[in-house]
Design a protein around this ligand. Structure first.
Ligand code: ADP
Length: 997
């Protein structure tokens, strides 16, 4: 009981684990597939090559998978409506990749391994493809294969995202001239990203000794300060690290300026990793440098211009003639130069300015032509200036009015150029602007700035997605671990798995139930889906065996009354129509005012079968024990009776003055008792011999006719003593009845059966004989022994063949016997390659049939004398009816007629009444040989009656009476002739010939 509970518990757990598992689980049967593979392996050399080239074979294998069940997660995963849909369209879930996976699974099966897993793809019912890990665990000789399918699409997506991000990063690093490196502080190992390789112009595939390279790549003047910065960064713990600029030396020797950003990773308060990025800022540096130099140059120039202008303006002031000289100066300048006069209002506020002079470079840089400017006010020459966000007139006015020089950079949208502008006033009211196109530097700077910003954003995004991925991965690992754990549990439980289901049913009223839940096993147990069962509870209740319904209802009422557990062993009809035993355990509870039952059903057919077998075995053991006890009692009775006779009458023989008659009587009794004892001993010896299974058959030619006739003559004496007529009917001619068989064994069978027939028949008759039976090319001899005795009850008709068994003990005690005769007959018949059966009706009689193979010695049929049976009347020329109550006489006449070569068919009537009946039914009778003195109806009477409806039929009286009066009487009755008993062959021949037409 404890084991059963435990088992139930396991099964419950298993069902829950299976049905409700978040992972897609399938239970399948691969035994047929395995057989196909194993067969194919014997036919071909290389199985792998074979399945690579024979997709049809693979498809066949797919079609041969038997799916027991799939859980709910599987439906969700594949987006299937229901299980049938999923199972019947299984091949739709395969794409090229899953097909390949299945091929690999077949290879695994072929190798005999019991586990398989692979990452693959499957197709949902809506056509969407998903990534999955499929795992197979093969149990129970391929009959139970547990398959789990884990959807890893999310993981793959994340991996892809990471890959793209990485590619993006590499790309970004490439365009931003950024490389990154990781320095494992604990191991000292340094790794470079591809960007780093690029930055330092090392070959990506090159094997690098980072320790040596570290010395090489750092500018010797910077190495020490870089090392110090690194140490400081590590020591700074969580404080942000300041970017650091220094120089690196490329493989080709070129020196570059780099800026390094870094982050230190800590574990348990210890620095373990330094992650750094390295950006090439040479260009930026270069432009800054250049700009600085240029600015210095400008400043110097400024000074120079100032001095020059002072002179110039002095000259201007003195004489306009100096213009030419000035012009020369302008033209030669490599920077743009423009000379203006400021126009002020009365408040001395600059309101406009006028172009006085521009040089060629100015024209080139600005794209404006001197002729369109000179002498013109800026508001007229360049009207857009007023709309500019910068108030140029005010700025330049200030320079012209205050004499304070300014330097600034300005971007011209119209020209898409950057200018470095220097403005000064050579003379009050005048100002000069000097232009330098710095677009190239500016754009380089701008680009770096923009890239830096992009890069910073990217880093930010990456760090975030790195976190996200790490969390996602952690979740996946956890899920995988718990799935593995569950799978292990599942595997354990699967070993103990027997089908059963869980259900929950609510009683809407006394007669109406509704299932809230039924587990998937309902499919196997009731042939319907859980949804169908929920829809129609009759699909379940209707399957309960009609004889068990009332018991179940009774138990249900009782459980309901006491609100206790219901337990019931009930028969249920399986979907295939067979009957199973189910064990229901269920408990009622009240839920929202209604009674609700939570229960499980377990198929316990196997248990029941074993239980039943045990009961039968127990009964058999008891029975055989009882049989033995009875046998011993019986035997003591059986042996004591003749022994008493022998001992008692031997004693009497000693008596003096014993008369001769008495003496003879006593000796006969002693002899009979001796024979009886002998028979018992023989039976016991025979049965113990048969028990050793050492008995062999010795086949020799045996004439069945002779053998049975011999039995007839022996048993006829006993039959006469009991006043029970014994008849014998032969089925074949002597030649055809000669067969190869074991004579002693046939003797034992026949004598036991005849002995029983005599023993158990008080009135009527006994008949035995045989016939040839041909069936589907097999020829058998069927011997029968028929009696009109007490008969055997139907329930005993099988057991009487078991050793020591008797139908009625008391009766057998009276007639004597150990219950061994029939078992000896049966075992001998089986040794001859045959069998024995009985047909019997209590009170009416029995008929025993023994069938043995027909192995004729003369395989050629007799030419002149074809075998004749009564079933073959049509091939006979003439029919003779022998009316004779004395079987010996009948046999004698029959044998004589057979020897006449007249192709005669014989019929036999045992009395006058039978003779009349046979003649009525058979109009082919040519002659009747009529005995006159017979029981039931004598010959005279019978002849009279036959003559009434068959006046022309010659009836010959056979009589021992030679008295004339009898002859007359017979003639008067209708006999045409007489034949005297004992009948002589010659006389019979003549008389038959005489009356045969
Ligand atoms: P037994 O020695 O008791 O006759 P058998 O093995 O020959 O043992 O027969 C077993 C039992 O079968 C008998 O006890 C009897 O009950 C029943 N039986 C056998 N033959 C006949 C028969 N011809 N008619 C009725 N009952 C028979």
């Amino acid at each position: 009981m404890e084991n059963l509970n435990q088992e139930l518990e396991y099964k419950k757990m298993f069902r829950l684990l299976f049905d409700e598992n978040p992972i897609s689980l399938w239970e399948e049967d691969f035994s047929v597939v395995k057989q196909i593979i194993d067969k194919k392996k014997t036919e071909i050399d290389d199985f792998k090559i074979y399945i690579d080239n024979n997709p049809d074979f693979v498809s066949e294998c797919i079609s041969k998978i038997k799916i027991y069940k799939v859980n709910n997660s599987s439906l969700d995963l594949f987006g299937a409506k229901n299980k049938e849909n999923l199972i019947t369209h299984l091949s739709n879930t395969f794409n090229e990749k899953s097909f390949e996976t299945f091929k690999n699974l077949l290879l695994t099966l072929a190798s005999g391994k019991t586990k398989f897993s692979e990452a693959t793809e499957y197709v949902k019912t809506n056509g969407e493809i998903f990534n999955a890990i499929i795992q197979f665990i093969i149990l129970n000789d391929y009959k139970n294969v547990i398959v789990s399918i884990t959807d890893i699409s999310e993981q793959i997506k994340n991996e892809n995202k990471l890959k793209i991000q990485n590619e993006k990063l590499i790309h970004a690093q490439y365009i931003s001239k950024i490389g990154d490196f990781t320095w494992n502080i604990v191991s000292g190992k340094v790794t470079w990203s591809s960007g780093m390789f690029q930055l330092l112009k090392y070959d990506f595939n090159e094997k690098i000794n980072y320790e040596k390279v570290n010395q090489k790549i750092h500018h010797p003047d910077d190495l020490e300060r870089v090392t110090n910065w690194l140490m400081k960064s590590i020591a700074s713990k969580n404080k942000p690290i300041e970017p650091y600029e220094y120089r690196l030396v490329r493989k080709d020797g070129e020196i570059i300026d780099v800026k390094t950003n870094g982050r230190v990773e800590f574990k348990d308060g210890k620095a373990i990793k330094f992650f750094g990025t390295c950006q090439d800022i040479s260009e930026q540096k270069g432009s800054e440098q250049k700009l600085k130099i240029q600015n210095d140059e400008y400043a110097a120039l400024n000074e120079e211009y100032k001095a020059q202008n002072e002179k110039l303006l002095l000259a201007m002031e003195i004489a306009i003639e100096n213009e030419i000289e000035q012009q020369l100066l302008f033209s030669n300048m490599s920077t743009g130069f423009a000379f203006h006069k400021i126009i002020v209002d009365k408040n001395n506020k600059a309101i406009d300015y006028k172009f006085i002079k521009v040089n060629e470079t100015f024209e080139q840089l600005t794209g404006l032509l001197a002729i369109n400017l000179i002498g013109k006010k800026v508001s007229i020459a360049l009207p857009e200036i007023e709309k500019d966000t910068v108030d140029w007139i005010a700025i330049y006015g200030k320079v012209a009015i205050t004499g304070k020089a300014i330097t600034f950079n300005n971007y011209s949208e119209a020209l898409n150029k950057w200018f470095s502008i220097n403005a000064y006033s050579p003379q009050k009211g005048y100002f000069v602007t000097i232009f330098e196109d710095i677009s190239n530097q500016k754009f380089a700077e701008e680009k770096i700035k923009q890239q830096n910003q992009e890069y910073a954003e990217l880093i930010k995004e990456l760090t975030a997605s790195e976190e996200e991925l790490r969390a996602a991965n952690e979740e996946l690992v956890n899920a995988k671990n718990s799935a593995e754990e569950k799978e292990l549990q599942l595997q354990l439980i699967t070993d103990n798995f027997v089908s059963g289901m869980i259900y929950q049913v609510t009683m809407l009223d006394e007669n109406t139930k509704k299932f809230n839940y039924v587990s998937d096993a309902v499919n196997k147990l009731y042939g319907c889906t859980p949804d169908e069962a929920k829809e129609n509870p009759d699909l379940i209740y209707g399957k309960i065996h009609k004889d068990d319904i009332s018991d179940l209802i009774k138990k249900e009422k009782e459980a309901l009354r006491t609100m206790s557990v219901l337990k019931s062993e009930t028969r249920v009809i399986n979907p295939d129509g067979s009957t199973r035993w189910s064990y229901y355990v269920s408990k009622p509870r009240v839920n929202k005012g209604l009674v609700c039952w939570d229960g499980i059903e377990l198929d316990i057919t196997e248990h029941k079968k074993i239980e039943q077998e045990l009961i039968i075995a127990k009964e058999k053991a008891e029975e055989s024990d009882q049989l033995k006890t009875e046998f011993i009692n019986n035997m003591s009775h059986e042996i004591r009776t003749p022994m008493n006779g022998i001992l008692g009458f031997s004693e009497f023989l000693n008596k003096p003055n014993l008369s001769d008659i008495k003496q003879k009587q006593y000796i006969t009794i002693i002899q009979n008792s001796g024979h009886q004892l002998m028979r018992i001993i023989n039976d016991i010896l025979e049965i113990s011999k048969l028990g050793t299974k050492q008995v062999k058959t010795i086949e020799k030619p045996v004439c069945l006719n002779d053998l049975l006739l011999e039995h007839f003559s022996i048993f006829d004496i006993k039959a006469k003593e009991s006043k029970i007529p014994l008849y014998y009917k032969k089925g074949l001619s002597d030649i055809n009845s000669t067969i190869f068989t074991d004579e002693t064994k046939i003797n034992k069978i026949i004598s036991n059966l005849l002995e029983n027939a005599l023993k158990y028949t008080n009135e009527g008759f006994i008949e035995f004989g045989y016939k040839l039976i041909k069936h589907k090319g097999d020829s058998n001899i069927q011997i029968y022994v028929k009696d009109t005795g007490i008969g055997i009850k139907p329930e005993k008709q099988e057991s009487i063949f078991i050793r020591f068994s008797q139908e009625e003990k008391e009766l057998s005690k009276n007639v004597g016997g150990l219950g061994l005769g029939l078992s000896i007959a049966k075992e001998n018949a089986e040794l001859l390659g045959g069998n024995i059966i009985v047909k019997s009706e209590k009170g009416k009689g029995s008929i025993f049939f023994i069938t043995i193979p027909y192995n004729p010695v003369n395989s050629e049929p007799e030419k002149n004398k074809p075998s004749i049976t009564k079933n073959q009347v049509s091939i006979k020329n003439h029919t003779v009816l022998i009316v004779e109550d004395e079987e010996v006489n009948h046999l004698y006449i029959d044998t004589l007629l057979e020897n006449f070569d007249l192709n005669l068919n014989t019929l036999h009537a045992k009395n006058g009444q039978e003779a009349v009946e046979i003649c009525k039914q058979n109009n082919e009778i040519d002659i009747v040989l009529m005995d006159l003195k017979m029981p039931i109806m004598n010959g005279y009477e019978a002849t009279k009656l036959i003559k009434e409806f068959c006046p022309d039929l010659p009836i010959i009286a056979q009589t021992a009476y030679t008295v004339q009066a009898d002859k007359d009487k017979a003639k008067a009755a209708g006999c045409v002739d007489f034949i005297s008993k004992p009948i002589y062959e010659k006389a019979l021949n003549e008389i038959i010939k005489k009356y045969l037409k």
